[in-house]
Design a protein around this ligand. Structure first.
Ligand SMILES: Cc1cc2nc3c(=O)[nH]c(=O)nc-3n(C[C@H](O)[C@H](O)[C@H](O)COP(=O)(O)OP(=O)(O)OC[C@H]3O[C@@H](n4cnc5c(N)ncnc54)[C@H](O)[C@@H]3O)c2cc1C
Length: 555
């Protein structure tokens, strides 16, 4: 879907340099998104305001906020993707008046689906949540009291290798296809990743080079493929594109939180519940409403200029707080009242890559939806494909929720990284892989529903894992959430949910500061991180040895 999913007429935005945003971790993934670092970034932004007279603009805005009519919103959320919807729900819980503006005729962004031939064909995510019922997203939904149900995987995964599928209930199950020698090196790598602190000189290394330092990659081909395919499926990155530190942090979190899960009803059911929740709590969602510009006065955000795409009418909406779920590039462009098309983003990407240090690196992918008469994957988790040319992994979400496809049929979704600019070739290789994996059954029982590429302004991740920015911007009152603001170690929608937690911590800090300035009692030490929580105990990871932890045996 993806490129096809963005209506040709929709105008996208582009800015060559993310100058207004604070890079969170850079390539090394060294700086953590702790509250302390957020506070520092927030203070830096405030300091830069003070230097340009923006502090007084903030005061003006505060006074304006107190004297505004009751119908005016306290906050405007740009984009009704998962990040935007979660932010809106959180702001409503804090008794703020919120408007969500979504340019498409529906909410959900890359985490929803369209019904096609009775199948829930997703606009992005494969109906899967990385850390399942114990994850950050699940925790946030519980706290918001948004109805949802996640079916955790019942396996660590299965692995298609040597022409057959090996099922691994827990981590030790990889012995079946690695054999004793490669399994020995698997445990060695596990020790280096999880028990020994990663030396500073190694954390910056791309993971493929890190692996080369510790194992003989030629003699351990399946072990290398194991890491490569998991990285391609989970991060949409090659091992050369992600640092050792980021792989270690992300893997630790994956093991500590728990098994991935399929969402009951699929992505659309979850974002649909969030939309209902927002409406019930008095929030307003405007669909087909495109933000054309983010407005500022003396450096402080004051609102947005929008266009109703159905009537063509333009309007200015005023609010002291604007939350952007559309990524740094598009947000930056809106600040400058600029826009370009998806085609221009893709065209300019090659040129930008030459300025590697300044470019925003997104994670790109290709996804195939297949409808099958027969079950091809016998579990609720991911089948990693170690003997394919392109496909990294496949899920069969109908094993968890049969309603995602017509009765008696199965939905199968494959995912791969796009490795060249030749999309036709990438598609052909995907089909060749599906035939290789399932043999005659593929031609006899399967129908390809869609093949979609995800890149440009509709990528798998707006910023590659480990290269994300912070939620704070140098424009007071303007914050970022979403998949370009993932904290280190949090992938996909877990990163999106955690980006919202980071934003809330900043907001609480600003509220606390403003309250304290009024009463003259502020001390930085009084701030406590309330929303971003630490991952569960590392002992949780031990549960993975024999079987996948989670609710799979219980529901
Ligand atoms: C192929 C693929 C597979 C994936 N698989 C998984 C998975 O299995 N599990 C998982 O957890 N994650 C997965 N992801 C990632 C996940 O889909 C994203 O991380 C998540 O949906 C991003 O949400 P978001 O709110 O940050 O952004 P988006 O979903 O992109 O939301 C942004 C919204 O803003 C709107 N918008 C943009 N510009 C404007 C404007 N000017 N005015 C108004 N509205 C605007 C857009 O229309 C969009 O609705 C996958 C993604 C892809 C593409």
């Amino acid at each position: 879907m993806a490129e096809e999913a963005i209506p040709g007429s929709v105008i996208l935005f582009f800015c060559p340099l993310p100058v207004r945003f604070v890079a969170a971790s850079g390539w090394s993934g060294q700086k953590s998104h702790s509250t302390a670092s957020l506070i520092r970034a927030s203070q830096a932004a405030q300091i830069s305001c003070a230097g340009t007279g923006q502090a007084s603009a903030l005061d003006n805005c505060m006074q304006e906020r107190e004297s505004r009519p009751t119908s005016a919103p306290d906050a405007i959320v740009i984009g009704g993707g998962l990040g935007g919807l979660l932010s809106a729900a959180q702001l409503l819980q804090r008794n703020k008046r919120v408007i969500v503006l979504e340019r498409l005729p529906h909410c959900g962004g890359r985490f929803t689906a369209k019904t096609f031939q009775g199948v829930q064909v997703s606009t992005g995510a494969v109906h899967m949540v990385p850390f399942g019922s114990s994850g950050v997203l699940a925790g946030m939904l519980r706290r918001l009291r948004v109805p949802h149900r996640f079916f955790d995987a019942d396996v660590f995964g299965s692995f298609h290798v040597h022409g057959q599928q090996y099922r691994a209930r827990g981590l030790l199950g990889v012995f079946k296809f690695l054999g004793p020698r490669q399994f020995f090196w698997f445990t060695r790598v596990g020790y280096l990743m999880f028990f020994r602190p990663l030396p500073a000189r190694e954390s910056h290394l791309p993971f493929d080079l890190w692996l080369q330092r510790h194992i003989d990659v030629k003699r351990n081909p399946q072990l290398v493929a194991f890491f490569e395919r998991i990285s391609r499926f989970a991060l949409s990155l090659e091992l050369s594109q992600v640092s050792a530190a980021e792989v270690v942090r992300t893997t630790k979190n994956m093991l500590r939180y728990g098994a991935p899960a399929i969402v009951d009803g699929g992505c659309a059911a979850l974002t649909g519940q969030l939309e209902r929740h927002i409406s019930q709590q008095g929030g307003e969602i405007r669909l087909s409403c495109e933000v054309l510009q983010i407005l500022q006065d003396e450096g402080h955000v004051t609102g947005v200029r929008v266009r109703d795409k159905l009537s063509g009418k333009e309007e200015v909406l005023v609010a002291p707080l604007v939350v952007s779920d559309i990524g740094p590039r598009a947000t930056n462009a809106l600040l400058d009242n600029r826009k370009i098309t998806q085609a221009e983003v893709l065209k300019s990407k090659a040129a930008k890559e030459e300025e590697a240090d300044l470019a925003l690196h997104e994670a790109v992918g290709l996804k195939v939806h297949v409808l099958s008469d027969v079950s091809l994957i016998p579990h609720k988790g991911i089948m990693y494909c170690l003997d394919t040319q392109r496909i990294a992994g496949i899920v069969q979400p109908t094993n968890s929720d049969p309603r995602l496809a017509p009765p008696g049929k199965h939905l199968i979704i494959s995912h791969q990284v796009i490795q060249s600019n030749n999309v036709e070739e990438e598609r052909a290789l995907a089909l060749a892989d599906l035939r290789r994996l399932f043999g005659e059954a593929f031609d006899k029982h399967c129908q390809v529903l869609t093949m979609g590429t995800y890149r440009g302004e509709w990528p798998v991740n707006r910023l590659a894992q480990g290269e994300d920015v912070l939620p704070v911007t140098s424009t007071p009152g303007l914050y970022l959430v979403g998949d370009a603001v993932k904290p280190s170690g949090y992938l996909m929608v877990e990163g999106v949910a955690q980006s919202v937690n980071q934003f809330l911590d900043l907001l609480d800090l600003v509220d606390q500061e403003q309250g304290a300035v009024r009463s003259k009692t502020f001390s930085a030490r009084t701030h406590r991180s309330r929303n971003v929580t630490s991952p569960p105990s590392r002992l949780n990871a031990i549960r993975w040895l024999w079987k996948a932890p989670g609710n799979s045996g219980k529901i």
